[in-house]
Design a binder for this molecule. Structure first.
Ligand code: NAI
Ligand code: MG
Length: 323
């Protein structure tokens, strides 16, 4: 069966790292059909729309989407794209690699971030000049979906629930209770940590944690904190998973300071492509891509952000050769 893959490079280095990841996928000779579409600042300048209808429709119908980055219009592109794939969980691994400078080289974490609600549900009001308010939304159904995903993701190993239910008793209380109940139903062990304590503990010793399930805002902040521990924005991938389809993207943006120079690190996008392979059940190929990226990070060539002088193309070719 041919898988339809939507490719949305976007702006800046998105135009450089996304084709690099597609080259890696193409080198595997799988039954993939790639269709490219526009999104971001450049297309907004031309047409007035950062996310053209046809790009939204493509992501909403493809089996998987590979997205690069968008510039100033990032929020207008990525939020609707996550909705197009009906994504309920954002999977954000933060792993340190041999050969790459990291604050905590022993870090190997995966954040499973609820991707639809919490404080990002969009219920904000400016009541008076003095007062602004925000309504935080937690549903049992969204918490349950995240928990079911977490149970499948970890198999028997168990996971940590990060929350602040001691203060936000109703919202995070519902999140924590639902996730813990679902895990119990699946025979999966969980432990709990208050999200502020987690921030300190993960800096002191990241090996205490493995897979961490969080509400939306906590997942956003804590995974960025973990990104700091592994020391390289150019290395962090992410997956937005839905029921029927999914979207994969590096965590970084368009890097305007180096865009157009051909020196962007393609690793984050190529690791995101490996997550796409896993999602489509090409486990062997996914493992091979992960291994080829790891070997290249360890032995070189490396792009300037990692202290090397190789180009995006050099690194991509080295990864493909190792494959
Ligand atoms: P950024 O991630 O684009 O860049 C931050 C720093 O990291 C820069 O010095 C950049 O050169 C470096 N960097 C990032 N990715 C790299 C890579 N693959 N290889 C080598 N170096 C890399 O974040 P910044 O500067 O805050 O944002 C720039 C633009 O990107 C903004 O317009 C922002 O809105 C957009 N953005 C888009 C995102 C998305 O589309 N998902 C996410 C984050 C930012
Ligand atoms: Mg963020």
């Amino acid at each position: 069966m041919t898988h339809e893959i939507a490719v949305i490079p976007g702006d800046g280095i998105g135009q450089e790292v996304t084709p690099a990841a597609v080259e890696v996928l193409e080198s595997l000779d799988l039954e993939f059909s790639f269709t490219e579409a526009e999104a971001g600042d450049a297309v907004a300048e031309k047409t007035g729309e950062a996310l053209p209808e046809e790009t939204y429709e493509l992501a909403a119908s493809a089996d998987a989407t590979l997205f690069g980055a968008a510039g100033e219009t990032a929020a207008d592109v990525i939020l609707p794209l996550r909705e197009a794939v009906d994504s309920f969980v954002n999977v954000r691994p933060a792993k340190a690699y041999p050969g790459v400078d990291a604050v905590r080289p022993e870090t190997d974490l995966v954040f499973l971030r609820e991707n639809t609600e919490g404080v990002y549900a969009g219920h904000e009001d400016r009541l008076t000049e003095d007062v602004a308010t925000l309504t935080r939304v937690t549903t049992q159904s969204a918490s349950r979906k995240l928990a079911e995903f977490a149970c499948e993701y970890v198999d028997a190993d168990g996971f940590t629930i990060a929350h602040k239910a001691n203060v936000m008793r109703e919202t995070d209380g519902l999140f924590r209770d639902t996730v813990a109940t679902v895990a119990k139903e699946h025979g999966v062990a969980t432990d709990e940590v208050l999200m502020d304590a987690f921030a300190t503990r993960v800096c002191l010793d990241p090996t205490q944690f493995d897979v961490v399930a969080c509400p939306n805002l906590a997942g956003d902040v804590l995974s960025d904190l973990a990104a700091g521990l592994v020391g390289g924005l150019g290395l962090l991938p992410s997956a937005n998973i839905g029921e029927q389809r999914a979207l994969f993207e590096p965590v970084h943006g368009t890097a305007p300071d180096i865009a157009g120079e051909g020196v962007a690190n393609p690793a984050a996008t190529i690791i995101s492509a490996a997550m796409l392979l896993e999602y489509l059940d090409y486990d062997e190929e996914a493992d091979a891509v992960h291994a080829a990226v790891e070997a290249t990070l360890a032995e070189g060539p490396r792009t300037p952000d990692l202290g090397g002088d190789a180009s995006t193309e050099d690194v991509t070719n080295a990864i493909i050769e190792r494959l």
